[in-house]
Design a protein around this ligand. Structure first.
Ligand code: COI
Length: 403
């Protein structure tokens, strides 16, 4: 009797699987022994054939009131994706369970010994109309290729990068902060040498892993200004070093000064150029932007800083607002003299974080009014970029990409 019920139930399941729109997905799932596979071996490499996102699942991982208190920290989610480079080629994008958030790499892996590793940061947003979209993912795809080139790693093809990002977002729909909570699903692609080398050489094998983590503010308070300290006893990057690549080592170099700054009561550190120690480069987590007395958008020009997608977007919005945009060397003396009415850190994680005071040597410089409010120009740019990300305004630059 029991066997009869089971076989009836099985037939119903098979019927449902074959009758639903995503039946090919279910067949692939069955064929792969329950481990969902995407990419070549799973019949196609086209992201358009991935199962669509289940919008009913968006934000179901936590109760609504918990989304705004997320902060920016690692959280286990449903799944992550992984892609291996072996024998001179990238393989398929594979889905892995978030309950086992580990990867196995060789003890001689070049990422561990020689820092052959880079990463990206981008976000997916629940839109006002119920959809989910990625903010400018092809910019990140292009940047990770540049980072790979700088540290001799095989670049992940842009379409595979996009496919992996879409896949991880779709599979973690429950972890996407609902529209209106102010949060986003932060996507962290990481690419690193996983094969062994003990002499200094690039590896033969690499892993590309993409995690997705629900996040809210990086610095507590969102648009509430923070105080910064100029780090003048350490350098972030040498003029012809790897500062413009998003490689892991740049961030390791910042850990010690960053921890010291925090201990002094400054949540964010600002680096100067390594050669003359007199030009602003970038914050430890993000780019530097300022609004001068004439209302121009000013951001440093240097070969040693990371090309931020957020900064690029804000510059495009500033130009669209009719503001002058200046990408030029920015002497720290201009900051100290009070030439800027508004200053902010900008990047994917920090979004736009205003800075109201900057400690330079023994002098605490006040920026603008120095109060607890964001300045009007930066607020306007922040509101514009956030409304595009949230799907509240026309995306006239076509920045948002469907998941
Ligand atoms: C990002 O903004 O996405 C970054 O990767 C910066 C990191 C320090 C959180």
């Amino acid at each position: 009797m029991q066997a009869t019920i089971s076989s009836v139930a099985l037939s119903v399941l098979v019927f449902l699987a074959l009758a639903t729109p995503s039946s090919s997905y279910l067949r692939r799932l069955a064929a792969s022994g329950g481990r969902r596979l995407y990419g070549a071996a799973a019949t196609t490499t086209s992201p358009t054939t991935l199962p669509p996102i289940d919008v009913k699942k968006i934000g179901t991982a936590f109760p609504l009131n918990e989304w705004s208190s997320l902060g920016f920290e690692f959280r286990q989610t449903a799944s992550f994706v992984q892609c291996e480079y072996k024998n001179g080629a990238w393989g398929e994008v594979q889905l892995k369970s978030g309950s086992d958030p580990y990867v196995k790499i060789h003890i001689g892996a070049t990422s561990l010994h020689y820092g052959q590793a880079c990463f990206e940061g981008l976000k997916a947003f629940a839109q006002k109309d119920g959809k989910v979209k990625l903010f400018r993912p092809m910019e990140n795809a292009a940047r990770i290729a540049r980072s790979c080139e700088r540290v001799c790693m095989p670049p992940i093809p842009a379409q595979k990068f996009l496919e992996a990002c879409k896949c991880v977002v779709r599979e973690n729909a429950a972890f996407i902060p609902p529209y209106g909570t102010g949060g986003a699903l932060y996507i962290r692609p990481v690419l690193f040498g996983s094969g062994p080398r003990i002499g200094l050489q690039p590896a033969d094998e690499y892993l590309f892993v993409v995690l997705a983590i629900p996040v809210a503010d990086y610095y507590k308070g969102g648009l509430k200004p923070v105080q910064a300290v100029v780090i003048d006893d350490f350098d972030r990057a040498a003029p012809r070093g790897v500062g413009s690549a998003k490689v892991a080592g740049n961030y390791a170099a910042d850990l010690l000064p960053n921890m010291a700054a925090k201990k002094q009561g400054y949540p964010i550190g600002l680096y100067l150029d390594a050669k003359s120690n007199s030009f602003v480069e970038e914050f430890s987590t993000s780019n530097f932007l300022a609004i001068d007395k004439k209302g121009a958008y000013v951001t440093p020009k240097s070969d040693a800083i990371l090309a931020s997608v957020t900064n690029k977007s804000l510059m495009e919005l500033a130009a669209d607002e009719g503001m002058t945009v200046e990408v030029r060397p920015v002497p720290i003396s201009e900051v100290v003299r009070g030439d800027f009415d508004e200053i902010a850190a900008c990047g994917t994680a920090v979004v736009v974080t205003p800075v109201n005071k900057i400690l330079y040597k023994d002098q605490l410089v006040t920026i603008g009014k120095g109060d607890a409010n964001v300045g009007p120009k930066i607020k306007k740019l922040y509101d514009r970029v956030r409304s595009i990300q949230n799907g509240e305004t026309v995306d006239k630059f076509s920045w948002m990409i469907d998941v």
